[in-house]
Structure formats: C-alpha cells, structure tokens
Write a protein that binds this ligand. Structure first.
Ligand code: CMC
Length: 431
C-alpha cells in the first residue's frame, strides 16, 4: 500500500510534522510541504532537484524509461502522425483537434501571422549582426506595447487571443530576425503555406523568385518543431511561469522564457553543439575533447550530451537521429565531414565509461543542430527555432497556470549565508 502521509521528525525532540503525500496520474508521488512555513521550517533545493514547482496536466516525462507524453500521447506517435499546429492545439486545449477544429484553429492562427507594421522599426533598431535570440527577446517583449487590447491575464478570452498571437507571429519574428542579419527584405507570411512551410518561405525566399518548399525538408522541419514543442517544467518554461505568476502579461513572460532558453545548458545547446563540432574539426581530435569533458578542472562539457531528467536515451533524440539520416540522404550529404565527425563522437561517447556510468546520452539538440545545418539554416538560428517551437508549450503552461485556482506568485525562500546584522561604519573609519 502506498503511503499517504510523511512525517518529519527532529532530533531535538520538537513535535513531528505530518505532511500529506499527493499522487498524480503517472510518475512520482510528492510530499506536499506547503504548510511547513507555518511551522517556521523551510526546505533547501537549488536547481529544483527534487521539488515539483506546480501541478500540470500537459506533459509527462519518465526519465528512467525515456518516455515523453503530451496529454497522454507518446511523442513518437505525435511526431509520426501530426503536424505542429495539431500538437499546439493538443497542448493548449487538451485534445487533438478533429477536422473541423483543425480548420478553425489553423484559420485563427493564419489570421494573426502578420506583425504590426511598426514592429519593423524595432527590428531596425538592432545592429545588423545582432544575434537572432537578442532580437527575439526584444521584439516579443515589445509586443506588449502593440497588443494591449488583449492583455488581461485574468480574462480567459484575452489569454487565448494572446496565445494565438504568439503562436502565429513567432515564425515571422524568428525569420525576420534572420533576414535582418542578412540585409534582405522581410518576407511577409503567406497563409497558403502550412506553418512549417511558411517559416521556411519567410527565411529562404526573396521577393525576386517564387519559393517552392522542399517537402522532405518541410516535413523534417515540422518534426523539429513538434519535438521541441513542450518539455514540462524545464528552465525556460519555469521562467515563463515564474514571470507570469506575478500577473505579468504573456509577451513579457514569453520574452523572459526566450532569454532563459538562450543559455547553452538549455536551448542554446544546439548552437553550442555545432560550434563544438567546428572546434573539434577532425575525428583525430575527439579523444582530446573527451578528455577535456571529463576533466573537472576544465569547464568544457560535451554539448548535446546529458539531461537533467533523462537517464536513458531522450526519446526526442532517437526520432531526431532518424530524421537526421533522412535529411542527409535527401540532400546527398551522408559524407558530410561534420556529420561523420558527429557520428564518430556519438559512438565514442556512448562507449566511454565516464558517459556510460553517468547515463549521459546524446540529447535532441545534438541531432537537431546537424539537421538544421544540413537544411541551410545558420547556427545562430538554431536556438531561435527552438524558441519558436517551444512557444506552443510556454503559452499552454502559462494559460494552465493562470486558470489554476491554486496558483500563487512564485516566491522562493533562501538560506542566507551573508553577514549577520552589523552597524554602519563611516568611510574614514573603514579598513
Ligand atoms: N559533458 C561532460 N560531463 C557532463 C555533461 C556533459 N555534457 N553533462 C553532465 N556531465 C557530468 C557532470 O560533470 C556531473 O559529473 P559528476 O557527477 O562527476 O560531478 C554529472 O555528469 C551530472 O551532471 P550535472 O551537471 O549534475 O547534471 P544536471 O542535471 O545539473 O545538468 C545538463 C544537465 C543538461 C545541464 C548537463 O548535462 C549539460 O550541461 N549538458 C550539456 C548541455 C546540453 O546539451 N544541454 C541540452 C539539454 S537537452 C535540451 C533542453 O532541454 O534544453
């Protein structure tokens, strides 16, 4: 029989405290410590190693088994059978759309793909060589100044309009941040294309030529979007929730999520993986870098390896690996030296005792960078594309939080380790 209560006892004889144990649909039970503060007791868990920050019905991960479910559906089935908008509908509304709902959802999203024309001025304020993630943080944040007609976070209708706006406009923002780098004209969205094709059109087309998306690449791109759509309470999603918990508007909250995603330990890993492969340069230098990755006095880590939750193969990585082979075959790039180097690195790391004993497998970012590079997407856009895909998860989680009656402003405690109270010393008497 499962326990329903946990008891904390103290070695000084203080009265023990009983705490309820909560059970979800799947996964670990959690001890509900919310009342501890009333007893003057707090817990310490930097990095949330063992703390659930919320309850959520959107995504489930079993890191030991390598399982990822969105609203109960395995990621493998979604990646094989759905398009990105269907998955976004699933995350946001809880169910896959039927044919009529899909049409309605698609046409609502299509109705919001253009940006307010004055937003182009925000792009133009950046340096030409600005990183696309820096541009996206700025442009998405500035949307609060353009779409304030629907920013009442306590109004479910407003929340949905903002969610649709973010989902619809993010491909335009990501693609334009690249066009701005190139100095090419911004390409307006074309709603005859599907979501993935439209993004590719805005990235790769110019006004001089008709653009016909390659169907195999568009499908691969769709898959990249689906695989990155949501991943429960990761750093950027937790950031979106934390910012949003104060009642901040969705554009500000998602802008903060993009900032959090940018770090190389999180979404920035796909770009960092390619930078690392470029730095390794040749199969003969792999051993040197593996040695560095194991050296605790060296800050270097193998990018695209390891995960906080997965202690088994990341299921997204397995699908992305397959997609990687398909795309490289379609493009005749099987002998691409970078790909060969990546595969050699993967093999060596998977057999190395250091990585095996720590259960450090290649993650989704290891393969997605290679796929995107093969598709002609520059390294600096990899994380921007991750952000575009993760927007679906961010807005679903943000909406869920705002409709949760138990939601409170996020306000962690701390273990203070600074000076105890002391008196001010005038400057002429200081050491
Ligand atoms: N290369 C070398 N050693 C590693 C690596 C790595 N990539 N990842 C973890 N380790 C070691 C780490 O040094 C530690 O060793 P020891 O136990 O001897 O001290 C052990 O493995 C556990 O690592 P940790 O830092 O405690 O694990 P974490 O859960 O805090 O970090 C991680 C997870 C993803 C930040 C980390 O594995 C990492 O930095 N990986 C490289 C960056 C990366 O690929 N990130 C993308 C994650 S997947 C996409 C996403 O969700 O954003």
């Amino acid at each position: 029989m499962k326990p329903t209560k946990a008891t904390i006892t103290f070695d000084n004889g203080a009265t023990p405290i009983e705490l309820p144990i909560l059970t979800g649909t799947l996964g670990n039970d959690v001890i509900d410590i919310r009342t501890l503060g009333k007893h003057g007791i707090y817990t310490y868990d930097p990095g949330f190693m063992a703390t659930a920050s919320c309850s959520s019905a959107i995504t489930y991960i079993d890191g030991e088994q390598g399982i990822l479910l969105h609203r109960g559906y395995p990621i493998e089935q979604l990646a094989e059978n759905c398009d990105f908008l269907e998955v976004s509908h699933l995350l946001l509304h809880g169910e896959l759309p039927n044919a009529e709902q899909k049409m309605d959802f698609t046409s609502r999203i299509n109705g919001h793909t253009m940006l307010h024309d004055q937003l182009t001025n925000i792009f133009r304020g950046f340096r030409r060589d600005a990183h696309p993630m820096a541009v996206m943080i700025g442009v998405v944040g500035s949307m609060s100044a353009f779409y304030f007609d629907s920013m009442d976070v306590y109004n479910p209708e407003h929340r949905m309009i903002s969610a649709y706006r973010l989902l619809a406009k993010m491909p335009t923002i990501a693609a334009w941040s690249y066009k701005y780098n190139l100095g090419q004209p911004f390409m307006y969205p074309k709603n005859k294309f599907n979501y993935a094709e439209n993004f590719m059109h805005m990235m790769f087309a110019t006004p001089c030529e008709d653009y016909v998306p390659n169907q195999i690449l568009a499908k691969a791109f769709e898959r990249i979007l689906i695989l990155h759509a949501d991943h429960e309470q990761n750093a950027s999603t937790s950031t979106v929730r934390l910012v949003g918990s104060s009642g901040a508007n969705p554009f500000a909250s998602v802008s903060a999520g993009i900032a959090s995603l940018w770090g190389p330990a999180h979404g920035g890993a796909n770009e960092a993986t390619l930078t690392m492969l470029e730095e390794i340069g040749d199969v003969s230098r792999i051993d040197e870098f593996i040695k560095r990755a194991k050296d605790k006095s060296d800050s270097f880590r193998l990018m695209g390896f390891g995960h906080r939750v997965y202690r088994n193969m990341d299921p997204r990585a397995a699908i992305m690996r397959k997609t990687c082979y398909e795309v490289l075959a379609e493009l005749g790039l099987q002998d691409d030296p970078m790909f060969k180097l990546a595969m050699a690195l993967e093999k060596i790391a998977l057999e190395d005792e250091y990585f095996v004993s720590r259960k450090l497998y290649p993650n989704v970012d290891f393969y997605s960078g290679i796929v995107m590079r093969a598709m002609g997407i520059p390294n600096s856009m990899f994380t921007a594309i991750f952000a575009l895909a993760r927007t679906a998860g961010w807005i679903a989680q943000w909406s869920e939080m705002n409709s949760d009656p138990e939601h409170k402003i996020g306000r962690p405690r701390q273990l203070y380790t600074g000076e105890a109270k002391r008196d001010f010393v005038p400057i002429n008497l200081r050491d």
